[in-house]
Each structure stands twice: as structure tokens, then as C-alpha cells.
Design a protein around this ligand. Structure first.
Ligand code: HEC
Ligand code: HEC
Ligand code: HEC
Ligand code: HEC
Ligand code: HEC
Ligand code: HEC
Ligand code: HEC
Length: 387
């Protein structure tokens, strides 16, 4: 992403007044807990809920112990060191040849850590990305996306759109001609991101304890398909140009009124972050006007069980009619997803440090027939059996 001048930040508040003047009075998941205990308990274990947090030992996945807390670069003498002191966390860029260094604290964490995390620090009421991110699979610190290897640079400004996808709310204020984020923000992706403001609902249900169905709350399950998809596409359709201020979109509204055209109308949608564009290409989606993300996903619980997810395919497909049923045999359920929704490398995120060069892999939502991948899966299985 290109680095943005401060002036552009100001543009994003053209609406003027913040949309949530009383941010601190807003309910979070806790205010739903009394009545939706099961949902809140399982939701707190999801990637959505864990995708942003204040920097605490629990939230930070990156390692600080001796031998694991360094990021070496290709430039001689330049490295980054991660440290924990008196309960606070820091990143320091050191240029030992020039004898210079710069230290900033880790203030906020972005990313559940399933793949990795980036870290932000406050400066003058604005947020900036720290130069070192952490990659879980290799257990190493890497250059943060957008930073050049070997430069001691802490200058990448965090724009509202980044926070819009990874947090519940931030408000950009204009304060005596200067732009800053309000300190009244809500981290993590919470219920209201998909259900809208829940205050009226909480008030009503509390004073009408026997009333069903629930009132004054949005249920995306009742939206028409396009709005149901928009609800997820808001964050799962990749990079799109905003035409309205960040944090103004509300569930149930038409996404095209807030963003330029999605990238799936351009070249190939990237497997990172554009599940909507990829799913749209699949025959399943095109043949079934009722299919949406919720056909397979229950966003109130972690979505990692490949067998359970394969079970969702069987609401429409029959194993007994599979052309390769005998060849596949007992692998039918356990490899279903690997054959038809293979993990593929993202071109949007490539890792490039002094010691590591690789890509991150994401599950493709272009459900389809991938003959070569299927052959590899079957071959691997044969080899495992022979052992
Ligand atoms: C005082 C109890 C109470 C609280 C607090 C509460 N709810 Fe509900 N909610 C209910 C009841 C009762 C229903 C109707 C029965 C059901 O669907 O479970 C309901 C239904 C819902 C529905 C389905 C509505 C529909 O049209 O199908 C959603 C979504 C919902 N609540 C979300 C929330 C969220 C988000 C919060 C927190 C901001 C919350 N609720 C807090 C009691 C409560
Ligand atoms: C990422 C979006 C998203 C978030 C975040 C989210 N929900 Fe939902 N919720 C949905 C969708 C989509 C449905 C409709 C599911 C369907 O159609 O099967 C739904 C349905 C519901 C319902 C209706 C009953 C049911 O289980 O289908 C309740 C109650 C509910 N959500 C409560 C909550 C609460 C409480 C939270 C926060 C702890 C929350 N939701 C967070 C997307 C979300
Ligand atoms: C406000 C932005 C936002 C919205 C709205 C949203 N997501 Fe997400 N979603 C994310 C982010 C960010 C992640 C990655 C979180 C992480 O790992 O840090 C994610 C992760 C996921 C995952 C991976 C979960 C896992 O266990 O790894 C699934 C599945 C998912 N989203 C489905 C949905 C569906 C379905 C909807 C619509 C009902 C939806 N999301 C709406 C931002 C959003
Ligand atoms: C358009 C929405 C969107 C924007 C903007 C966005 N992200 Fe994400 N981000 C996602 C989604 C969705 C995922 C989950 C990846 C997936 O499975 O496709 C994700 C994944 C991540 C992860 C990996 C989390 C994990 O453990 O798997 C990190 C770290 C991250 N984003 C940081 C950032 C930062 C920092 C910014 C801003 C500079 C940013 N993202 C901007 C939607 C967004
Ligand atoms: C809501 C129903 C539905 C669900 C759920 C569903 N599909 Fe489909 N799928 C269809 C329909 C309809 C077609 C097109 C008609 C056909 O070829 O049978 C299709 C086609 C396909 C095809 C042929 C694709 C091609 O390009 O020729 C494959 C492979 C497939 N589905 C696999 C899956 C897998 C794997 C899952 C689960 C991850 C899944 N489907 C979930 C309805 C569904
Ligand atoms: C036909 C079933 C199906 C549908 C429909 C579906 N998904 Fe998925 N999704 C899966 C499976 C299977 C996985 C793999 C889970 C894993 O690898 O842990 C997955 C994984 C994901 C992930 C994590 C990706 C990664 O590689 O980390 C995200 C994000 C996601 N889905 C979002 C969505 C969104 C948004 C929609 C709607 C546009 C959607 N999904 C529709 C089956 C589906
Ligand atoms: C070992 C890999 C593998 C596994 C496991 C697998 N498939 Fe397939 N599947 C294939 C291949 C390859 C084809 C193409 C077969 C052909 O056209 O001869 C195919 C074809 C299909 C088709 C299109 C059938 C048609 O009539 O054109 C559907 C639908 C499908 N698979 C669904 C599934 C579902 C659902 C599962 C899991 C529950 C599954 N497959 C498990 C490899 C696999």
C-alpha cells in the first residue's frame, strides 16, 4: 500500500461530525452476554473477536526471549530488537555502523495471530505501524508489509480503512486544525459490526423478558442475499476505493453506495482477503441463488474444523454420486476441502527478509475441480499408507 500523506487522512473525515459521539456508552459483546451466553462464549474464541487488542502479554504472539527477539536485515549493521520491560513492549531499530537507534512502544495489536500480527504505536493522536511484524508459522519477526528491508523507518501511517476491517470503531477528530483519533475506540470485531447498534434491543429485551422474537436488532440471516454478502464483503472483498468516510457503513446497507467496484471485476481476485469475489466464480454459487457465506460458516464459533465444513457440502452434494468415489474411498470427507478449495499462495502478501522468502497460503473460495491437486492429494495418501 502506498504511504499516505497526512492531508489524505483529513479527507476521510469530510462528513465532519463523528458518527458516534458517545462511543464509550456503546455496548460491547459483554452487554449481550446475559441473554446470549452461549454465542458470546464461543464468539470470544473466534479470529474476529481476537483480531485487535491492547498490547498485553496475552495478546502479543511475537517472541521476546533471547535469541528469538531479533529481526536481521540485509543491510550491514541494521537490525531490529524486540524487548519487554516492566510490563511494556518495545521495538528498537539499531544502525550499529552509524551508531543511531530509534525505539517505540508496542501499543496495539492487529491480527489474531493465526497467521501473524502487526503492531501499532500512538504518536500525536495518530497510529503508526511498527517496522517488525510476527509470523506465526515460522515463529519469526519479519519486515512489516510496506516497509523496505534494512531501513530504520517507523513512518507508516495507519489509515482508518485498516481499522475499519480490524476493529469495531475509531473516530477521527479535527482538533484545532489537526487530525487525530479519539481515545474512545472499541477494539476487536464485535457483535455490532454485523448486527448494528444493539442499545435499543438490550433496553427492550431487558424490560420485556418474555418477548420473542427479538426486536430492534438486525439479523443478517433475514437480509436478501446481496445484502447478506455485502455484510461480509465489507471486509472480505479485498481492496476497494471508499467513496464515503470510514466507519459510516451499517449492516444491511448497499456496499456499492460506499465503495467503488470490487476487484473481482478486474483481473484474478487474490486469495487473500477476497473470499466474496472467489466464491462468486464458483459453479455452486452461480447455480444456487440461496448460497451465501452462512451456508457454510457460523461466524459465532471458530471455523477450523475441515470435516464439519465438508459436511456442509453434503447438504447439496451426494458422496455416492461422486465420479471418483471408489478411488477416493475413506479420504472423501477428510480431503474434500483440500481437493476442491485448495490452499493457494497469496500474491498480496509475500515475505522477504534476510533469512526467509516465502508466501502465505490461503484457502481458495473458488470451489471447483483442480485435477492436479486432487492427484497430489491421492498420491500423498498412498505414500502415507505404504509407510
Ligand atoms: C435482556 C436480554 C437480551 C440482551 C441483553 C440481548 N438480547 Fe438479543 N435477543 C433476546 C431475545 C429474548 C431474543 C429473541 C429470542 C432469540 O432469538 O434468541 C433476541 C434475539 C436476538 C437476535 C435475533 C433477532 C432476529 O430478528 O432474529 C439478535 C441478532 C440478537 N438478539 C443480538 C443481540 C446482540 C448483538 C446483543 C448485545 C448488543 C443482544 N442481542 C442483547 C434477548 C436479549
Ligand atoms: C461477522 C458478523 C457477525 C458477528 C460479529 C456477530 N454475528 Fe450474530 N449473526 C451473524 C449472521 C450472518 C447471522 C445469521 C445467521 C444465519 O443466517 O444462519 C447472525 C445471527 C445471530 C443471532 C440469531 C440467532 C442465530 O444464532 O442465528 C443472534 C442471537 C446473534 N447473531 C447474536 C450475536 C452476538 C451476541 C454477537 C456478538 C457476541 C454476534 N452475533 C456477532 C453475523 C454476525
Ligand atoms: C469488520 C470486518 C469484517 C466483517 C464485517 C467480517 N469479517 Fe470475517 N474476518 C475479518 C478479519 C479481519 C479476519 C481475520 C482475523 C484475524 O485472524 O486476525 C476475518 C476472518 C474470518 C474467517 C476466518 C476465521 C478463522 O477461524 O480463521 C471467517 C470464516 C470469516 N472471517 C467469515 C466472515 C463472514 C462469513 C462474514 C459475514 C457474515 C464476515 N467474516 C464478516 C473481518 C471481517
Ligand atoms: C478490506 C479489509 C481489510 C483491510 C483494509 C486490512 N485488512 Fe488485514 N485482514 C483482513 C482479512 C479479511 C484478513 C484475514 C485474511 C484472510 O483470510 O483472507 C486479514 C488478515 C490480517 C492479518 C493476519 C491475521 C492472522 O493472524 O491471520 C494481519 C496481521 C492484518 N490483516 C493486518 C492488517 C493491517 C495492519 C492493516 C492496515 C494497515 C490491514 N490488515 C488492512 C482484512 C483487511
Ligand atoms: C447450496 C448448495 C451447495 C453447497 C453447499 C455446495 N455446492 Fe457445490 N455445487 C452446487 C451446485 C448446484 C453445483 C452445480 C451443479 C452441479 O454441477 O452439480 C455445484 C458444483 C460443484 C462442483 C463442480 C464445479 C465445476 O466447476 O464443475 C464442485 C467440485 C463442487 N460443487 C464442490 C463443492 C464442495 C467441495 C462444497 C463444500 C465445500 C460444495 N460444493 C458446496 C451446490 C452446492
Ligand atoms: C461451501 C462452503 C463455504 C462457503 C460458502 C464459504 N466458505 Fe469460507 N471457508 C470454507 C472452508 C472449508 C474454509 C477452510 C477452513 C480452514 O482451512 O481452516 C473456509 C475458510 C474461510 C476463511 C479463512 C481463510 C484462510 O485461508 O485463512 C475466511 C476468511 C472465509 N472462509 C470467509 C468466507 C466468506 C467471507 C464467505 C462468503 C463470501 C465464505 N467464506 C463462504 C468454506 C466456505
Ligand atoms: C482426492 C480429491 C477429491 C476429494 C477428496 C473429493 N473430490 Fe470431488 N472431485 C474430484 C475430482 C478430481 C473431480 C472431477 C472428476 C471427473 O470429472 O472425473 C471431482 C468432482 C466433483 C464434483 C463434480 C461432479 C460432477 O458430476 O461433475 C462434485 C460436485 C464434487 N467433486 C464434490 C465433492 C465433495 C462434496 C467432496 C467431499 C465431501 C469431494 N468432492 C471430495 C476430487 C476430489
Amino acid at each position: 500500500m502506498p504511504r499516505l500523506p497526512l492531508g489524505l487522512l483529513a479527507l476521510t473525515i469530510w462528513g465532519g461530525a463523528p458518527s458516534h459521539p458517545t462511543a464509550n456508552a456503546r455496548p460491547d459483546a459483554r452487554s449481550c452476554q446475559a441473554c446470549h451466553q452461549r454465542i458470546v462464549a464461543s464468539f470470544s474464541r473466534t479470529a474476529h473477536f481476537q483480531t485487535s487488542a491492547e498490547a498485553t502479554a496475552r495478546a502479543i504472539r511475537g517472541r521476546f526471549s533471547e535469541g528469538h527477539n531479533l529481526l536481521h536485515t540485509r543491510v550491514e549493521g541494521v537490525s531490529f530488537k524486540m524487548e519487554r520491560r516492566n510490563g511494556a513492549f518495545y521495538q528498537t531499530g539499531v544502525d550499529s555502523l552509524r551508531g543511531t537507534s530509534r525505539t517505540e512502544s508496542i501499543d496495539l495489536v492487529i491480527g489474531s495471530g493465526r497467521r501473524g500480527q502487526s503492531y501499532l504505536y500512538w504518536r500525536g493522536g495518530l497510529l503508526f505501524e511498527l517496522p517488525a511484524s510476527y509470523l506465526t508459522a515460522i515463529g519469526q519477526w519479519i519486515n512489516s508489509p510496506g516497509y523496505t528491508d534494512g531501513q530504520i523507518d517507523f513512518g507508516r501511517l495507519i489509515i482508518p480503512r485498516c481499522l475499519e476491517c480490524h476493529t469495531t470503531s475509531f473516530v477521527l477528530l479535527e482538533d484545532r486544525g489537526r487530525v487525530r483519533y479519539s481515545r474512545e475506540y472499541v477494539l476487536s470485531i464485535s457483535c455490532e459490526k454485523c448486527h448494528g447498534d444493539g442499545r435499543a434491543h438490550v433496553r427492550y429485551q431487558a424490560s420485556h423478558p418474555t418477548a420473542t422474537p427479538g426486536k430492534y436488532i438486525l439479523n443478517p440471516g433475514r437480509f436478501p442475499r446481496d445484502r447478506r454478502l455485502d455484510n461480509c464483503a465489507f471486509c472480505h472483498s479485498g481492496d476497494r476505493d471508499a467513496t464515503k468516510p470510514a466507519f459510516s457503513y451499517r449492516p444491511g446497507e448497499k456496499l456499492d453506495d460506499y465503495f467503488g467496484p470490487p476487484s473481482d471485476q478486474e483481473a484474478v481476485p487474490d486469495v487473500h482477503g477476497n473470499q466474496v469475489g472467489l466464491l462468486r466464480r464458483s459453479k455452486c454459487f452461480r447455480s444456487r441463488p440461496d448460497m451465501s457465506c452462512s451456508t457454510c460458516h457460523d461466524v459465532h464459533r471458530p471455523q477450523r474444523d475441515l470435516r464439519a465444513l465438508a459436511g456442509k457440502c453434503l447438504t447439496c452434494h451426494e458422496i455416492s454420486r461422486h465420479k471418483m468415489a471408489t478411488t477416493i474411498g475413506s479420504r472423501m470427507i477428510s480431503s474434500c476441502i483440500d481437493c476442491h478449495m485448495p490452499n493457494q499462495p497469496s500474491h498480496a502478501i509475500e515475505i522477504n527478509t534476510a533469512t526467509t522468502q516465502s508466501s502465505l497460503y490461503f484457502r481458495s473460495h473458488a470451489i471447483g475441480i483442480y485435477p492436479e491437486i486432487a492427484a497430489t492429494v491421492l498420491q500423498l495418501h498412498k505414500e502415507q499408507q505404504r509407510r
